[in-house]
Write a protein that binds this ligand. Sequence first.
Ligand SMILES: [Zn+2]
Length: 370
Amino acid sequence: MLKISFITTVNHNVGDDFVREGIIYLLNQKFKDTVLNFDIIHKHSPINARQGFEWFRNYRLSKYVDQVLPLSITKDKVLEADILVQSGAPVYWCHPETHGPHCYNNEWFKPLIKRRYLKTASKVPFLNLAAGTCQRYDSNGSEFDSCKSCQDYIKELQSLTEVTTVRDKLAKKILNNMGFFVSVIPCSSIFARESFGIEPENPEYVALNYMKGGAHYVFGQKIEFEKWENNLKVFYKQISKFEKCVFVCHNQDEVNNAKRIDFNANIFISNNYKDYIRFYAKTKFGIMNRIHGAFLIASFGRPAVLVGNDSRVKMAEEIGLPYIFVNDANLVWLLEQYEYLKNGADNYPERFNEIRKKAYNDYQKALSVL
Ligand SMILES: [Zn+2]
């Protein structure tokens, strides 16, 4: 049996669940004749690396408790792992322009890697898979040039990982600038459905996802919040004459936002990420702010377009989907995209099939280091 531990989130963001399930599928394919045991660590509360402490999710308090408790008194998902995986997330971010956050300061690297993994690093491979950036939309990666702390973090991470694959071209560029050469492979979330054997079903509705301002953060950009809400509202009114539309909401905030678009809108929300995969299996196409929602729609061979405000949205390029900066997503653009999606998005099923095959082979090639 091989014990594989994931640095991920748990019951926090279904996008992270999709990414991790995709990697689980790829690892199960790689180790067909071996029993695999998967452990998941909620990285926002690193004490979750200790077996039995999964309930403890208050970061500040648990950080303190984790620091004072000796490692030897609990069973530990990092210390006992045969393989450790950083499971697809932004790993590189650096925001000196707004005195914002830096990746060197993330909550998991010190407790999980420096305190724990370094003890087993000589015999346990650490895989950094589907790593991405989270920068301003127009970033060229130069923020990292003058940030020694983020550079040191990246160098240390690179020195410890057996393999790194990235999910967006900006991540590749940032690593290249520092002398590291990595492959861009579409985010592993496109394999999530295969982890559960969920097949495409008859398309029943158009999926819409609305986040205020188009994404999680602003990073000092002048985001036109009201304009995006109004454009989406008018667009929704027009297309809902012809289409059954469902607002797919990855959290309660998005339910409240969708109700601002139409109080009586069809809304989908669940506390089980498998329900989302089944929901996306019946989607005709999507107009989305949630990136991993669009990736799940694509995984069923159906197209989507993405509206976003940071570098994460550019992951869409790797699976052949259009994307746009939120301030530019006006009504004309939305209606053009609607026609494009309705007409099959340049034969998306066939295009995606090729993308999927190549991504599968590229991941297996990356995993061949094991
Ligand atoms: Zn930095």
